[in-house]
Ligand binder design. Structure first.
Ligand SMILES: [Ca+2]
Length: 352
């Protein structure tokens, strides 16, 4: 009986030790991997260990786990293969972009060239249109081509012409155009009834005056521009106070520049009025303030009105002289001498 109390005490002590050891070994937080049943501290609990899942221990921090081995730093002289492939991809993309830029440049150049060609074509078309346009006739022939019914051989109309556009000069002149026996004439002078004074000085005759539909002088500057840019013939129609008519045609008609005093060139007469202009051929124009005649006086002062006077109008004509019948200065002497005229009309036609 003396050994039984000792054995019992020993058992009690060992049981206590086992309990204490167990409590220490499995104190939370305990972690487990899903593949181990033995939980270890420092790893988050996600396993199935029933001890680790105890709610009373879930918020307690674990111990820091072991630090792993350091990684390989790599060789700086050997770039990352991923980096190399990115660079290659960028270079490939840049190549594509350069190629696209070249294509765009080529397209742009083509467009610019086409634009230039288109502008040139437009310019040519507009030139053709200007020449053929009914809005901008260059001559009375152009005007009648647009306005006279086909087949009509006689007509008359007031026209605004653009005769100087070959020099890109869009100066217009307003004239009376006459279609007579299928020929187109531009009126440059007309006397009807003496209602308009032709007693003008140099600037007036140089610039022109009157109404194209009535009494009219086209102006020496216009005459020079017209007849120096193309060949013209001149036709003069006359009427006397008895109602008779005569005409004179000169195949060559031109007026020189103002610097040359608007010298007259006229020749190759045909008609039934007689050659009233022959004596005036080669003369400069004379007005009361500009004496270019061959007399010691000024013919335009003696016979008011400007003309290509030589020995005044002896043997010739004075179509810008005083008109009223009583003044007796409005003459075409080869036909009527000493009687004066009632009507005169000077007109020109371009010779092709
Ligand atoms: Ca003189």
């Amino acid at each position: 009986m003396g050994q039984r109390p000792t054995l019992f005490l020993t058992v009690i002590v060992c049981a206590t030790c086992i309990h204490i050891f167990s409590a220490t070994q499995y104190a939370p937080p305990y972690t487990c991997t899903t593949t181990t049943t033995l939980c270890k501290p420092g790893i988050e609990n996600e396993g199935t260990n029933p001890v680790a899942n105890r709610p009373s221990h879930a918020s307690r921090p674990g111990k820091r786990g072991p630090v792993g081995p350091k990684g390989d730093k790599g060789d700086p002289s050997k770039p990352d293969p991923g980096y190399n492939s990115a660079i290659t991809e960028m270079q490939r993309n840049m190549g594509i972009m350069e190629s696209e830029m070249k294509k765009m440049n080529n397209t742009l150049q083509k467009l610019q060239q086409e634009n230039e060609e288109f502008r040139e074509m437009l310019h040519n078309v507009s030139q053709v249109q200007v020449t053929a346009s009914t809005e901008r006739p260059t001559s009375c022939k152009d005007y009648f081509n647009a306005h006279a019914p086909r087949g009509q051989s006689n007509a008359e109309g007031l026209a605004i012409l653009f005769p100087f556009q070959e020099d890109d000069d869009l100066t217009t002149i307003e004239v009376n155009c006459i279609l007579k026996e299928s020929r187109s004439w531009m009126v440059i002078q007309r006397r009807i009834n003496g209602s308009l004074s032709f007693n003008r000085q140099w600037e007036g005759y140089a610039e022109g005056f009157g109404n194209p539909n009535g009494e009219f002088w086209i102006g020496l500057r216009n005459l020079h521009k017209l007849t120096s840019s193309a060949n013209y013939r001149l036709r003069i129609d006359l009427e006397n106070w008895e109602g008779e008519s005569r005409y004179a045609v000169y195949e060559k008609f031109a007026v020189k520049s103002e610097k040359n005093n608007f010298e007259l060139e006229v020749s190759a007469y045909t008609g039934n009025a007689g050659d009233g202009m022959a004596t005036h051929n080669g003369m400069g124009f004379t007005t009361s303030d500009r004496d270019n005649d061959e007399t010691s006086s000024n013919c335009a002062s003696s016979y008011p009105g400007g003309w290509w006077f030589r020995s005044c109008y002896g043997g010739g004509a004075n179509l810008n002289g005083l008109h009223p019948k009583s003044e007796k200065d409005f003459h075409w002497l080869p036909w009527m001498d000493p009687e004066t005229l009632k009507f005169s009309e000077m007109k020109i036609e371009q010779v092709n």
